[in-house]
Design a protein around this ligand. Sequence first.
Ligand SMILES: [Zn+2]
Length: 217
Amino acid sequence: MAYEDLKREIVEAFVFLEEHGMNWAYSGNISVRVGEDLFLLSPSGVWKARMKPEDVLLVTGDGKVLEGNGKPSVEFKTHVAIYRARRDVKAVVHAHPIYAGIIAAKRVDIEPVLEELTFYVGGTIRVASYAPSGTEELARNAVEALGDKKAVILANHGVVACGSSLEEALAVLGYVERAAKVAVYSMLIGGVHPLPREAETLERELYVQKLHRAMSQ
Ligand SMILES: [Zn+2]
């Protein structure tokens, strides 16, 4: 089986997400870029945390299955649009976490009130304009709202997190869910202090430096 270790990592990632309340059952999808136009992708219609490494598909960017028996998720369009727009991205994790789900339904951007958000995710996490699941329009909206950051929220839907490795994309998803939880509680307590502008600028500079290093690899 080609890419055996990466396939196992994808399954383990779904188990981790489900154990931490960041995804559930048939929802969500993960892809990893393994070649110029070649990806490992979780299949649609299976309980993600219960699938086996051999269930993971090897697909081309237009969704042609080269290995595996399942069907690619319709949401793969969004993954591919991100890979095409961002050379630094090697893995995309799409999931439906609870707090980010509240933010997705409320449709408010998550401001970086904690330093970690700008350093690890790039700054304000934007909510992409609504479009139905699996459409080219959703893929376009997601890429536009993602910009040079590592995550975007899909209105009334969920989160797309990306990284230069599957580990980084998972970490980013966790930062987004933590930030979403902070944002939801902040609304309940009547607001919080913003991060001082100088601190945000410094964290953002550090983020951009890391991004440029990843782009040049
Ligand atoms: Zn979804």
